[in-house]
Ligand binder design. Structure first.
Ligand SMILES: Cc1cc2nc3c(=O)[nH]c(=O)nc-3n(C[C@H](O)[C@H](O)[C@H](O)COP(=O)(O)OP(=O)(O)OC[C@H]3O[C@@H](n4cnc5c(N)ncnc54)[C@H](O)[C@@H]3O)c2cc1C
Length: 249
């Protein structure tokens, strides 16, 4: 939570991170029943995992022509319809590891300072169920094996690399992502399922408390738009307009 008071504002304000973890920050009755009711129907989105590997050598993806390409990003999706499998697996708390779409990022492919010459970085990320049928904490027992299986699937597309080229790894399950950042509730990196337009308001029921970030409109990803919108709401309540404050050189 960021708290500040400056000359522009005539009262202290607070701007809080995502709603579910935020609710513990104030006594329950201060939020009001209507707000509690809306939080009760809050839905998390498909949880994400992020598996990071340091590699000796750089991946080369063979082409049908016999050539190969390297790159900064790739996607692996053998069957496009497999993206829907995630919804079923989420409901059942089970995983079909062989089939999930994978997003691949090679950070050193576009920023050479990220790895020494002759080495590279691999991040494999995507969606997997947070709530396993054994409970989310089961992730701690299985994540190393899950990462191995995902890595083996990836390596089928980069025959110039083997498991021996993996020098180090940082494995983040959906549960680890939530632990790293409680706003990424149940592994939701956009803080909530925004399919239904179920955004949190910028103005919260507690006077002087505002909300911004991925759970407010227009939602997550690195856009800066929720912060801009929340600033507009705060300024309006202070009788000002954004144009009065910024853009005056
Ligand atoms: C693996 C991964 C890959 C991603 N890939 C992309 C991508 O390619 N492109 C893209 O645009 N977006 C991507 N995202 C999503 C993006 O990171 C988020 O949507 C974005 O960071 C949300 O920004 P935010 O400022 O709203 O919240 P956050 O970045 O989640 O920041 C919230 C902050 O609040 C803090 N916090 C939470 N609870 C408390 C508390 N109780 N007390 C104090 N502090 C608290 C957290 O520690 C955190 O610092 C990715 C996310 C992950 C995890």
């Amino acid at each position: 939570m960021m708290k500040y008071s400056d000359g522009m504002m005539n009262r202290p304000i607070s701007v809080a991170p995502s709603i579910p973890p935020m609710m513990v920050m104030a006594p329950s009755d201060l939020w009001g029943q209507a707000f509690h009711d809306s939080v009760d129907i809050w839905q998390s989105e498909q949880a994400m995992f992020a598996f990071h590997f340091a590699l000796k050598g750089a991946p080369e993806y063979p082409l049908a022509t016999g050539w190969s390409v390297t790159g900064a990003e790739a996607s692996i999706m053998e069957r496009p319809e497999s993206i829907y499998q995630l919804n079923q697996d989420l409901a059942r708390g089970e995983m079909e590891l062989g089939d999930y779409p994978l997003q691949i990022v090679h950070a050193a492919g576009y920023d050479r300072t990220r790895a020494p010459a002759g080495y590279s970085l691999l991040k494999i990320e995507g969606g997997m169920p947070y709530a396993l049928k054994e409970g989310p904490e089961h992730w701690d027992a299985i994540k190393a094996q899950v990462a191995d299986e995902v890595l083996d699937r990836y390596l089928r597309y980069t025959p110039n690399l083997t498991r021996d080229d993996v020098l180090a790894r940082v494995i983040m399950s959906p549960l680890d992502i939530e632990r790293m950042n409680p706003a990424m509730w149940r592994g939701s990196v956009h803080h909530l399922d925004k399919r239904w337009g179920n955004f949190a308001p910028y103005r919260l029921p507690i006077p002087g408390l505002y909300q911004t970030g991925a759970c407010t409109a227009p939602g997550g990803s690195v856009t800066g738009q929720p912060g801009r919108n929340a600033a507009i709401a705060i300024l309006e309540d202070d009788g000002k307009k954004l144009g009065d404050i910024v853009g005056k050189g």
